[in-house]
Design a protein around this ligand. Structure first.
Ligand code: NAP
Length: 368
């Protein structure tokens, strides 16, 4: 019998979209969140007969009480640096499959390095950053590595948002997570090793529809997952080009943590971002605004001399719509068939390349 799907954070912006995506797949998730009142009104809107449960990251036992072995926990409770670990611990203790929507480099790193080995011993799988950050780059990177006619030494991945992406194109939760994440120590994969490197340290240029577009470096799940697929890899670069006007703000934020409060650029920028985020969910772009933006991801694999071996491009729908749809796809597949391994897994390790490509297609992201 398939495991239950428990959606923690269902009352948030991404949580609600994910609940809708799960229902659209014919699934019946348990909706969990910290506010009984918000849960009741959400269930009233979506489907009265859905099970609801109150759980709060501040009371870890309330999350544990939701889970049994074989369940799939999908969590969209963020910022993950602040609220993420209790859900991770609860999934591990219950030996449930864990899937999150995190995009924060520090949290992603902790899932791979700190929680991965414990999950491997417990025999359960952890899938972090299973949204627009950073599933598409893992897929595009893996396809480019497979297509290279010899083992690649370097892969660069660029994320871009197409269409009209003003600052209102991001949810309050994203801005809150970004503000914290860019100020955390970042990392990169260089010379065959994971190394400390501030987020935004490097700017990389990609060709985008006949024009050069620049993007800034960030720590991501590709740094852990792609070298496992291709042990010859010496460098993995992940670059965000989607932020547009926000990029400069993000670079301003990417200063070693102790300098953030003092920095003349980072201080106001950080305040500007976090000021948009009162306590609790502050929503995000509506359906019309989501429809105005899409996503484009490019992965380029090279040999040690820099010669291009393969290039893969993916086009897709709005990042939030994609995130909700891919979380729903992953939850269904994990509940029905389990994952293809234990421990902290990259998207390709979790499902296999063909299945992941199909899942992304179902979530509105495909090769061009
Ligand atoms: N990887 C990606 O591509 C991607 C895409 C989308 C979002 N995200 C990330 O996902 C996270 C959520 O984003 P969002 O836009 O949905 O933000 P949001 O609307 O602010 O949602 C955050 C959720 O966390 C809940 N929460 C906060 N503190 C809690 C606690 N102590 N216990 C239980 N729940 C708590 C909030 O509860 P209330 O409803 O009661 O306020 C809300 O439901 C962010 O970290 C964001 O960066 C990543």
């Amino acid at each position: 019998m398939p495991g239950r799907i428990v959606l923690f954070g269902a009352t948030g912006y991404t949580g609600r979209l994910t609940a809708e995506a799960l229902l659209a797949r014919g699934l019946r998730p348990v909706l969990a969140a910290r506010s009984a009142e918000k849960l009741e009104s959400l269930a009233a809107e979506l489907d009265h007969s859905l099970e609801v449960a109150v759980a709060d990251s501040a009371r870890p036992e309330s999350i544990s009480a939701l889970l049994e072995r074989g369940d799939v926990l999908v969590t969209t409770v963020g910022p993950f640096a602040r609220f993420g670990e209790p859900a991770l611990q609860a999934a591990l203790a219950a030996r449930a499959t864990y899937i999150d929507s995190a995009g924060e480099p520090g949290f992603v790193r902790r899932v791979f390095e700190r929680f991965g080995p414990a999950a491997e011993r417990a025999g359960c799988g952890l899938l972090t950053a299973f949204g627009y950050d950073y599933v598409p780059g893992n897929l595009a990177g893996a396809l480019a590595l497979r297509e290279a006619d010899r083992p690649a030494a370097l892969v660069d991945i660029g994320y871009f948002v197409t269409g009209r992406a003003a600052i209102g194109a991001w949810s309050g939760g994203t801005l809150a997570s970004l503000a914290g994440a860019m100020a955390e120590p970042g990392f990169a994969f260089r010379d065959g090793h994971l190394v400390a490197e501030p987020n935004g340290r490097h700017v990389q240029s990609f060709e985008l529809r006949g024009r050069e577009a620049s993007a800034i470096s960030v720590g991501a799940s590709e740094h852990f997952a792609l070298p496992r697929l291709e042990p010859a890899l010496r460098e993995v670069g992940v670059y965000l080009g989607w932020a547009g006007p926000l990029s400069r703000v993000l670079q301003g934020l990417s200063i070693p943590t102790d300098a953030v409060a003092r920095a003349p650029v980072a201080g106001p920028a950080l305040r500007a971002l976090t000021a948009r985020v009162p306590g609790g969910s502050s929503g995000g772009p509506d359906a019309a605004s989501r429809a105005r933006t899409g996503s484009h991801i490019v992965a380029v694999a090279r040999d040690a001399t820099g010669r291009r071996l393969a290039e893969v491009r993916l086009d897709g729908q709005n990042p939030y719509a994609f995130t909700a749809a891919i979380l729903a796809w992953a939850a269904e597949r994990a509940a029905e068939r389990g994952l293809e391994g234990a421990g902290a897994l990259g998207p390709v390790e979790g499902f296999g390349l063909e299945a992941l490509e199909q899942g992304c297609r179902e979530a509105g992201l495909a090769r061009v």
